[in-house]
Write a protein of this length. Structure first.
Length: 166
């Protein structure tokens, strides 16, 4: 019985010993096997727009956009006041775009300075967003219009104070 208890005590301590190893806090850029930086990204608002695709054809028409926008606004306007206070807007942003601090912010949407985002202000700001994403102006936003191509990042200093591509 004693050998079994000794064995059990030793194996129970193994996970704790494994956690004592120091983790590497540094990331080596361009190291062999390192994951390359993403060059194609999507803004949170682009993800919101993609979610408005009601018929699953990977395209968002203006009607789908308007319906999705109204649905998302109404889900946060629990009192049916026709406006969202800044906290309710923050809750909307978390639910629909994944983070409370995504853009557009309530401060840029609140045009009359009443500390609320009305449905009209919401629509006006998102009309500008529609125009920005409908790059070919055909009245439909396709997935290719929702992604952003980011230039590759420059390499870190080479030790001599110089920066540049490698």
């Amino acid at each position: 019985m004693r050998p079994f208890l000794l064995f059990a005590a030793c194996t129970a301590a193994l996970p704790a010993l494994a956690q004592d190893r120091a983790a590497s806090d540094s990331i080596t850029v361009n190291a062999p096997g390192a994951q390359p930086q993403a060059t194609v990204i999507a803004e949170p608002v682009a993800l919101l727009i993609a979610g408005f695709d009601a018929d699953g054809d990977a395209r968002v028409t203006r009607a789908e956009f308007d319906a999705g926008l109204k649905h998302s606004f109404d889900s946060a306007d629990s009192g049916h006041a026709g406006s969202l206070g800044y906290i309710a807007y923050s809750d909307w942003s978390l639910r629909w775009m994944g983070d409370r601090n995504t853009l557009p912010s309530p401060f840029e949407m609140d045009r009359d300075g009443d500390n609320k985002v009305s449905w009209g202000e919401f629509q006006d700001r998102f009309a500008l967003i529609w125009t920005r994403f409908d790059k070919n102006k055909d009245g439909v936003i396709e997935r290719s219009e929702l992604v952003t191509i980011r230039p590759p990042a420059f390499s870190p200093p080479d030790g001599k104070g110089k920066r540049g591509r490698r």
